[in-house]
Design a protein around this ligand. Structure first.
Ligand code: KG4
Ligand code: ZN
Length: 344
């Protein structure tokens, strides 16, 4: 049994957790920065980096105290090394390096996307490789075949915006508070998803990609026209996203009969309408549908600690000169797609 300390700081959540190789979450803490970013309607990278500096070390002290452990009890230190807002990534990675050096423990540089991709296995010991993963977050919208730790085949990605970005921009257009995803979902509950005929970009296309920029422009035009209630706009927008995610996922499921399950992860996976649509799709293909609990879908330290535990078990540790990477695709063989993965 090994115990891993995980650090996350790639966007606007500062997080630390202690997880063991038996899937026990010994402690986890997340500090959000919503108050700091709200006046700007989105994440300001410089403000995020400074907030990580203030909060990360106290969070590490906090999780060690919660678990009644010291750094001596930890077997390795895992930190997000990218992709993400580089100032924040550097804060977490340098903190991890300093702790690893001071305590004489191995360092594991974790790809934030691998954190999301493996997080369903922390919650579900029966989830076996390979599985089909829909990764939907604020900066990414990808379909991946997860063959194993450090072994990914990308089947689709976005050619412009990520799904979470589309939610956040729609929220802004509707005058809702940041962060936008949960606010749009709440407003959509009282609206008619068929009220506004929004476009479904790339629906039915043979190209294995997502696109949300045209949908966002259509929302902007509809808001400006003023003919629909905010609730109808939110519900119709959300339905368009659900339809796009289902259509592209259907294509991937048809292409990957070897997948043991259909899994969704990333912050947007917290959305109940999306979960409901994907559950039905998985059933259509006779696959188990797996979605981690909501707190494990949005950014957190436990997913980084768990990815660290999976890598540690395979002997995948890093030297202390490992670099922070603003961009870091999970599948190194995938073609570069314009616009994909610009943010994390
Ligand atoms: O994975 P995450 O916490 O951070 C990134 O790595 O990007 O994802 C954050 C994204 C944001 O765009 C947020 O608006 C979206 O996930 N999100 C949601 C919901 N909760 C969070 N989108 C739709 N519905 C939700 N309930
Ligand atoms: Zn994330």
């Amino acid at each position: 049994m090994t115990i891993i300390l995980g650090l996350e700081s790639s966007c606007d959540e500062t997080a630390a957790a202690l997880v063991d190789s038996n899937r026990r979450i010994l402690a986890h803490r997340v500090a959000g920065q919503e108050e700091e970013h709200r006046p700007f309607g989105g994440v300001v990278p410089e403000i995020a980096a400074r907030a990580h500096v203030d909060r990360l070390t106290p969070l590490v002290q906090g999780v060690l105290a919660d678990a009644g452990l010291t750094l001596d009890d930890v077997d390795a230190i895992a930190a997000t090394a990218g992709p993400g807002l580089i100032g924040g990534v550097m804060v977490g990675l340098v903190t991890g390096k300093a702790l690893a050096h001071a305590a004489n423990k191995p360092l594991i540089a974790v790809n934030h996307l691998e954190g999301h991709a493996l997080s369903p296995r922390l919650d579900n010991e029966n989830l076996a490789f390979p599985y089909l993963l829909l990764l939907v977050s604020g900066g990414h919208c990808q379909l991946l075949l997860v063959n194993g730790v450090d072994d990914y085949r990308r089947l689709a990605t976005t050619i412009d915006d990520a799904a979470g970005e589309a939610f956040d921009k729609t929220a802004k257009l509707l005058g809702l508070d940041y962060p936008g995803g949960p606010a749009v979902e709440a407003l959509a509950k009282g609206g008619n998803p068929k009220a506004v005929p929004f476009p479904r970009p790339l629906l039915g296309s043979k190209e294995p990609h997502f696109s949300f920029a045209g949908l966002k422009s259509a929302v902007a035009r509809a808001v400006a026209a003023g003919e629909h209630s905010p609730a109808d706009l939110a519900a119709s927008f959300q339905q368009a996203v659900v339809d796009c995610l289902i259509d592209r996922s259907r294509m991937a499921l048809a292409a990957c009969p070897e997948a043991t399950a259909f899994v969704v992860a990333g912050g947007v996976a917290a959305n109940q309408a999306i979960r409901t649509g994907l559950t039905a799709l998985a059933a259509e293909y006779g696959k188990d549908f797996v979605a981690p609990p909501l707190w494990l879908c949005t950014d957190n330290g436990a997913m980084i600690a768990w990815a660290g535990a999976e890598r540690f078990a395979k002997g995948l540790t890093n030297e202390l000169d490992v670099a922070a990477r603003p961009r870091w695709p999970l599948d190194p063989n995938a073609e570069t797609v314009r616009g994909a993965g610009v943010k994390a």
